[in-house]
Design a binder for this molecule. Structure first.
Ligand SMILES: Cc1cc2nc3c(=O)[nH]c(=O)nc-3n(C[C@H](O)[C@H](O)[C@H](O)COP(=O)(O)O)c2cc1C
Length: 321
């Protein structure tokens, strides 16, 4: 079933980031909806191990979307059935990936230059699943070709059930300003399906500003959640009370250790390497922490990483006392 997106704060799909452990932690810390990283439909139809593994999610993560991308209708259709077999809450189609080799194949954001093909790709998924289907895209290819209002109208008409708009252009990648005003323009054009605003939301204040001024149904956070996993609950607190608390050192370290253990359980020692991209977020705000972070980067055994995190706890508890 499509989740209720009204006033929700959701975690963005991010390749090599939104794997099950990170998604689960974000869910526990207040993310209302989560998405898998994008999965190649060609990988799914070839039954490639890497693609199939990405279909896994914990029941506790629900509501969850499986996100797929591709440019061949038959593969999209077949993948819709494969996704349905693992029973996510809905399927999301990626039409926003900016990476060169993806767009060169007419996939991801490449579809912004060919809306009739975007329509056929969306229909090939919708016609082959009973699950709700949503789509994520950008404003347009570049500043001279912003097509999001036309795209939103077309997608609503064919039955896409919600639309995430990454309010940047393909030419911007994932960096720089995002123009949230397009969300209101889509709403003003009469589009009624839930519209999820995404791009450059970094603080609870950004969340409130975007809700207050641009009328999105929901807000999706990507890089801001890597830097601050508490952003979901903080934003909710801020919307309700006008203020929010920072997590304590103990809360940060407890969650970091939980995340580490989940990673290790799901990926073995490789999971210890993969959590490294989150240390700067967990340890943010601690004075002169780079020395400890560098040390953490060199450790490859679970118990030794936990010992180092406990050493950080003791060190900063004394500093703060
Ligand atoms: C490391 C990384 C991986 C990403 N992978 C995906 C992906 O798999 N699917 C997708 O739709 N968007 C992907 N994105 C884009 C994000 O979902 C999001 O649209 C973008 O980062 C803008 O939001 P933000 O400014 O809050 O980060 C990725 C972004 C980053 C930084």
């Amino acid at each position: 079933m499509l989740p209720d997106f009204k006033n929700k704060i959701v975690l963005a799909p991010m390749e090599d980031v939104t794997e099950p452990p990170f998604r689960l932690i974000c869910k526990r810390l207040g993310a209302d909806v989560v998405y898998t990283e994008f999965i190649s439909v060609e990988g799914l139809v070839r039954n490639a191990k890497k693609a199939r593994e990405k279909l896994f999610f914990y029941e506790e993560e629900r509501p969850i979307a499986i996100q797929i991308y591709g440019g061949i209708e038959e593969s999209m259709a077949e993948s819709a059935k494969i996704c349905e077999s693992v029973n996510p809450d809905f399927i999301d189609i990626n039409c926003g990936c900016w990476v060169k080799n993806v767009v060169a194949r007419g996939e991801g954001a490449g579809l912004l230059r060919d809306l009739p093909k975007m329509q056929r790709i969306a229909e090939s998924v919708m016609n082959n699943t009973s699950l709700p289907v949503t789509l994520k895209t950008r404003l347009g290819w570049d500043e001279n070709s912003i097509v999001i209002v036309d795209a939103a109208k077309m997608l609503e008409k064919i039955g896409i059930q919600a639309l995430t708009v990454h309010c940047r252009l393909r030419t911007q990648g994932n960096k720089g300003d995002a123009d949230w005003s397009w969300i209101k323009k889509i709403k003003d054009a009469g589009v009624k399906i839930p519209i999820i605003l995404n791009g450059n939301i970094k603080t609870p204040e950004d969340v409130k500003f975007a809700f207050d001024n641009y009328e999105p149904d929901a807000i999706m956070i990507g890089q801001g959640a890597i830097q601050n996993l508490w952003i979901f609950s903080q934003a909710k607190e801020y919307l309700a009370k006008g203020s929010y608390a920072e997590p304590t050192l103990d809360e940060k370290l407890d969650i970091c250790i939980e995340h580490l253990k989940l990673n290790h359980k799901s990926k073995g020692d490789h999971g210890i390497l993969e959590i490294r991209k989150f240390y700067s977020g967990y340890l943010k705000g601690l004075a002169n922490v780079s020395k400890f972070r560098m040390e953490l980067m060199k450790i490859i055994e679970l118990d030794a990483v936990i010992d180092k995190l406990e050493e950080i706890r003791v060190y900063y508890s004394k500093e703060m006392a």
